[in-house]
Design a protein around this ligand. Structure first.
Ligand code: HEC
Length: 152
């Protein structure tokens, strides 16, 4: 009985690992989200992070007061180290709480709008960066929910 349920699940997992490691990786967002995110980014984020999210090449240099400049979000800085929930939180809560300078957007952007903005800047990421971000080709948002409960 258990096998009857487990076997197809394992098969699905296995197949998605195989397909994920080949060719362009399917991304978690839709084209609609990217299109929705573009004007929102231009309105709320571009003044600091740059129109194409490229910010400044000097993003690793602290200013005289010890603050870091807004990093590029286009895949060239370290944004790809952060999983989706952390990206969502950074945008919603801002960086002030953590000793940074980025304002909170909790009052200005809904969760869906925040996701659309992330979709837009991730659409600038290369396949390689995106796949590294999504963890050996398997995005956490695409993992079947039960995988979160498995011991690592
Ligand atoms: C007033 C300038 C400013 C605005 C506006 C701003 N940011 Fe930021 N952002 C920063 C700074 C500065 C940092 C570096 C951390 C800190 O100081 O809080 C940062 C950090 C981040 C990070 C973390 C990046 C990483 O690699 O760790 C993300 C993601 C981010 N911003 C996204 C956004 C998005 C999306 C918007 C628009 C909704 C936005 N920011 C608007 C200044 C800004």
């Amino acid at each position: 009985m258990i096998l009857k349920i487990l076997l197809p699940l394992l098969l699905i997992c296995f197949c998605s690992i195989i397909s994920a490691s080949e060719g362009p990786h399917k991304r978690w967002y839709t084209e609609e989200q990217v299109a929705q995110g573009a004007p929102l980014f231009a309105k709320f984020c571009a003044e600091c992070h740059g129109k194409q999210a490229a910010s400044t090449p000097e993003w690793r240099k602290q200013d005289a007061e010890g603050y870091y400049p807004p990093p590029p979000l286009n895949g060239t800085a370290h944004t790809w180290h952060h999983q989706l929930p952390l990206l969502q939180r950074t945008i919603q809560e801002g960086g002030v709480k953590f000793g940074g300078k980025m304002p909170s957007f909790a009052e200005k952007l809904t969760a869906a709008e925040t996701d659309a903005i992330i979709a837009w800047f991730q659409s600038l990421w290369s396949e390689k960066i995106y796949n590294t971000w999504s963890g050996q080709g398997i995005s956490r948002v695409q993992q079947p929910a039960f995988m979160d409960k498995l011991p690592r």
